[in-house]
Write a protein that binds this ligand. Structure first.
Ligand SMILES: Cc1cc2nc3c(=O)[nH]c(=O)nc-3n(C[C@H](O)[C@H](O)[C@H](O)COP(=O)(O)OP(=O)(O)OC[C@H]3O[C@@H](n4cnc5c(N)ncnc54)[C@H](O)[C@@H]3O)c2cc1C
Length: 422
């Protein structure tokens, strides 16, 4: 299947008819049939392995990254048309695979990579043939990421990396990682960092799984012991990694906020609808707003629906900025702060509505990683205000870079990293 014939000059009607025709010709019939009965029905007939096997068809169409330029696997659609395409795809629940590649690595490659790097990495990334994770955080460097201590030394045409990362989401399933390392300890902390790609199959890489309170392994600690990588895997100039990382972090905030370049809302989007579906599933009966939802609950739901609409508008603005050639920069923090809190409110309302049922799950299921949807989502939502930069840090970014407030004092500003207390 080749790329869809759509582009910036297509009309909205073209988008609708082309996407509908693509669905009819490419989405397996049993999935289409199941979609009439909602997401749970799709999941029942579509094991993850089947979806992964089929996924390259989706990637080849260009619809997985509809706003990306055609040269890199997209369709060059405007944000508005990408949303139209997305609305036609939504019933079939075609989630994007490889989100850390699409949202974290790709923006850095677009902004700071070479054409050779983009051609080497973007296509297998979109097709989910090479999976990506992010290795920025360290035990001593989270909010204060610029303090990071992983070392990278130049050796001929290679770099040699040694150190420890932590919180590395999906490193245990990934082929490549984006990684920040210190190349000049004698420079101020933000100046001596370089941005690398690490092949996780390289000798000297050890990925150790960490199990979180939901009972699932999502993230890892990763140890690098004199891992050698080619200079081709350096993105941007040596010592300029902090600037390159800004593209990644803005992309990550957009992903969490739901304005990512793939055009899919990872956490939000249908959040309120998912809440209603969750309540519906839990009670095994349809929620009829007139009969079974109290005015107080209806009021809370309406508030969340309104918040959700505002979130979408904010994300539309970010997408439009990107489309117009700008970078979302600090504005991406608005959506990130909003979405993290909103999802927690949505999950807490679900828990309130379920009452004791929200807690009544068998212990055995907890450790199998199969908590009922409402409980696992509620627990997982606690991470939304931490991952991708905490809400406090994002508010600092907004205060300083959007509102123009004075910078947070740093008594060690300008001092070399190796002389700064950590
Ligand atoms: C589920 C999950 C997945 C993650 N996945 C990844 C990943 O794939 N790759 C990766 O590199 N990292 C990942 N992270 C790490 C994440 O980026 C860090 O947890 C986050 O940046 C916070 O760092 P920290 O945990 O060291 O907390 P700390 O920096 O120690 O912060 C502790 C508390 O102090 C507050 N605080 C710190 N400094 C300030 C300040 N200057 N002003 C106001 N308040 C402040 C923070 O807001 C927080 O509440 C993940 C985290 C989570 C929870």
């Amino acid at each position: 299947m080749n790329r869809l014939v759509l582009g910036p000059h297509s009309t909205d009607d073209d988008v609708v008819s082309t996407v509908d025709e693509w669905v009819r010709s490419n989405v397996p019939e049993p999935w289409i049939e199941a979609s009439k009965n909602g997401r749970a029905a799709i999941r029942a007939v579509r094991p993850r392995a089947d979806y992964e096997a089929w996924y390259p068809t989706f990637a080849a169409s260009g619809l997985a990254v509809a706003t990306w330029p055609v040269d890199y696997g997209g369709l060059d659609l405007s944000p508005k048309q990408a949303r139209i395409a997305e609305s036609r795809l939504a019933p079939f629940n075609l989630g994007r695979l490889n989100p850390l590649g699409l949202h974290n690595m790709a923006p850095a490659l677009f902004a700071h990579g070479t054409e050779e790097q983009r051609m080497r990495f973007l296509f297998p990334m979109v097709a989910n043939e090479e999976r990506w994770c992010q290795m920025f955080s360290e035990p001593g460097a989270g909010s204060d990421l610029a303090s990071l201590a992983m070392r990278a030394e130049h050796d001929g045409d290679e770099w040699v990396l040694t150190g420890q990362k932590v919180w590395s989401t999906w490193a245990h399933h990934s082929d490549f990682a984006i990684c920040l390392a210190r190349t000049d300890p004698g420079a101020p902390k933000r100046k001596g960092i370089t941005y690398f790609i690490v092949d996780l199959r390289s000798p000297g890489v050890e990925v150790r799984e960490l199990r979180h309170m939901g009972g699932v392994v999502d993230f890892n600690e990763v140890w690098l012991d004199e891992v050698r990588i080619p200079d081709f895997y350096r993105v941007g100039k040596a010592g300029d990694g902090w600037r390159v990382a800004a593209s990644t972090l803005a992309g990550e905030r957009q992903m969490v906020a739901g304005s990512g370049s793939g055009g899919v809302d990872r956490i939000g989007g249908s959040g309120v609808m998912r809440l209603i579906a969750a309540v519906k599933n839990a009670h095994e009966q349809e929620v009829d707003r007139d009969q079974s939802v109290s005015p107080v609950t209806a009021d809370r739901l309406a508030g969340l629906v309104a918040e959700e609409r505002i979130r979408q508008w904010t994300n539309d603005r970010v997408r439009a900025t990107i489309k117009a050639g700008g970078t979302p920069g600090p504005a991406a923090s608005i959506g990130k702060v909003h979405q993290g809190t909103l999802n927690q409110q949505i999950q807490m309302l679900a828990t309130d509505l379920l009452g004791p049922e929200a807690m009544a799950f068998p212990r055995a299921l907890t450790w199998a990683g199969s908590l009922p949807y409402e409980v696992s989502s509620m627990i997982r939502s606690r991470a939304n205000t931490i991952e991708g930069g905490t809400t406090e840090i994002n508010k600092n970014v907004l205060g300083e870079k959007v509102l123009g407030l004075p910078r947070e004092p740093d008594p060690f500003h300008g001092q070399n990293w190796e002389d700064t207390p950590r």
